[in-house]
Design a protein around this ligand. Structure first.
Ligand SMILES: [Zn+2]
Length: 201
């Protein structure tokens, strides 16, 4: 299993906003996370909908900040790990490590790794014990985990923070039709799903 080096910078001072247009707000008491709806939530939901038979996994990028109330984060992007195998245990391969390192450098030059995401194809709306172990590898209290749960006609994104897998609220709901009708395109007008790249209808 490839372990990508996590570079963590001390969170810079910046007062947290009450809301950011286009971002979903998750909270766990005094810790807040603003997650981009299109570039993160819709994107990973869409990837998950297109992979109903195997779990997807990847990394989250963004920035950590701090203010008088403590730390808060903004998540701006998601980098898919295309070479993993599902459905129960998701693993990151050497190939994925190289792709992610390049994506972080070339496509997200101002961000750092902020956590991971994966999907549940069986409708389980909470972390498994394996998921908690994976989350614990992210050592900072502000490191995030997003879980995309697929139901028969809807998708829910749950958020967790810190090595103890603290649950955050509120979850972000999607209708599966929304995910499939409004796929997130990258800057080339292409979508990328589970290692396959190509134009969509
Ligand atoms: Zn899981």
């Amino acid at each position: 299993m490839f372990e990508m080096k996590k570079i963590t910078n001390k969170p810079a001072y910046r007062p947290r906003p009450k809301q950011i247009v286009g971002y979903h707000w998750f909270s766990n008491g005094c810790f807040d996370a603003f997650v981009h709806k299109d570039n993160v939530l819709a994107k990973i939901s869409w990837w998950a909908c297109c992979s109903r038979n195997s779990e997807i996994v990847g990394r989250l990028v963004g920035r950590p900040y701090r203010d008088e109330h403590g730390e808060w984060v903004i998540l701006t992007g998601a980098i898919a790990a295309h070479f993993v195998g599902g459905p129960v245990n998701v693993k990151t391969t050497v190939e994925d490590g190289a792709v992610m390192a390049r994506a972080l450098e070339q496509e997200h030059p101002t961000e750092e790794l902020m956590g991971w995401y994966h999907s549940h194809t069986c409708g389980l709306d909470d972390y498994s014990s394996t998921d908690q172990i994976n989350q614990a590898e992210w050592s900072k209290p502000y490191h995030m985990g997003l879980l995309v749960t697929l139901h028969s006609d809807s998708v829910t994104v749950h958020a967790y923070c810190g090595p103890e897998s603290k649950r955050m609220h509120p979850s972000a709901p999607f209708q599966e039709a929304d995910c499939l009708l409004n796929p997130p395109f990258d800057r080339h007008g292409f979508v990328s799903v589970c290692g396959l790249q190509g134009p969509l209808v």
